[in-house]
Design a binder for this molecule. Structure first.
Ligand code: MG
Length: 341
């Protein structure tokens, strides 16, 4: 079977949280999707902005959840940052590390010297998330950057998912230094920058990579920037309302409720949907407004509506002409102008 979505690609790059697992539990169907891709001889990569774990730890975390993974398949923003620094700096150069032990280990393994004081005259500051990061090391980092060190951030995710709700992520800690220094980092490595994706494609010599993510502002924007096709799955952070109002550089090639779409025809997930009908839904446009009617799989309605909103119809000008359509728009938080009978 080659007409299914995944059949058109030689590499599938998975984001982790919101795609493969949710905080600490596997997302149903993820393990099966990975196995099926392997059976089809499709190369797999896992790309994560999280810089607090090493590739081998991430691989064993996944394996422990029943999702097969090799350390060589995992790309973390920590590993990518250390590799980028090693390319730019002489061997053994001192790098002030703000972050978890995993980040220090990556820096060490890349042939550089992790330090923790501005007095060590670091030539670079590498900042990544770490639960123990506090004022002292941030102060050293501020001094080092002021003294001329190049400031790298592994990623700028504002929050981290947790069972208790979103917690401050590396972007929040970067904001501390940004405020203190009144400037931005020199280099941000993780998504939405394309470095992780390009590394993944380069490693496997992929010619047709597909990137899968749950966030438009990191995963999908990163794929667009890297020139890759992408699939947004609705199992994580970004939802239908986000997709409808996505700017051009955050629009995926496909959207699906979950990873099972990989094994169905690509046309069924392509966004926007071609034509004005999809799976029982119908969209009509008049001037600057659009009306949805019919019923069916919500993702098909979403694919249809994106054709209108991505073409300039304001989300507030989308109305419903069937009760199913009305309920759907309401469930997406779009109640403006709804005219459900
Ligand atoms: Mg995610």
């Amino acid at each position: 079977m080659t007409d299914h979505l995944a059949g058109g690609y030689d590499l599938v790059i998975f984001d982790l949280d919101g795609v493969v697992f949710l905080i600490d539990k596997p997302i149903p169907g993820a393990a099966e999707a990975v196995e099926r891709l392997r059976a089809d001889a499709t190369t797999i990569a896992y790309a994560t902005n999280n810089a607090s774990r090493r590739a081998a730890e991430v691989a064993s975390l996944l394996t422990g959840m029943g999702v097969s993974a090799e350390p060589a398949e995992v790309l973390t923003s920590a590993g990518a940052s250390a590799a980028m620094l090693a390319e730019r700096l002489p061997a053994g150069a001192p790098v002030l590390v703000v972050g978890a032990e995993a980040l220090r280990a990556e820096v060490r393994d890349a042939g550089l010297t992790p330090v923790d004081s501005a007095e060590d005259e670091p030539v670079a500051v590498l900042q990544g998330y770490g639960p123990e990061v506090g004022w002292k090391i941030l102060a050293e980092a501020a001094l080092a950057v002021r003294a001329g060190a190049t400031w790298f951030a592994t990623n700028t995710d504002r929050t981290l998912p947790s069972p208790r709700g979103p917690l401050p992520g590396n972007g929040s800690l970067v904001a501390v230094l940004r405020t203190a220094l009144d400037r931005d980092p020199d280099v941000v490595v993780g998504k939405p920058q394309p470095a992780l994706f390009r590394t993944a494609a380069g490693r496997s010599d992929a010619r047709r990579p597909l990137s899968i993510g749950d966030r438009l502002d990191t995963d999908i924007q990163g794929a667009v920037t890297a020139g890759m096709d992408s699939l947004l799955v609705l199992t994580g952070v970004s939802g239908p309302a986000d997709l409808l109002s996505a700017p051009e550089n955050r629009r995926p090639t496909y959207v699906a409720a979950d990873l099972s779409a990989l094994f169905r025809p690509a046309a069924d997930a392509r966004v926007p949907a071609a034509g004005d009908e999809a799976g029982g839904w119908r969209l009509s446009r008049e001037g600057g407004s659009a009306t949805l009617t019919g019923s069916g799989d919500p993702v098909n309605a979403l694919r249809l509506l994106c054709a209108a909103t991505w073409d300039g119809v304001p989300v507030s000008a989308v109305t419903a002409a069937s009760s199913e359509a009305g309920h759907l728009l309401e469930s997406w938080g779009l109640t403006n102008g709804s005219e459900a009978p």
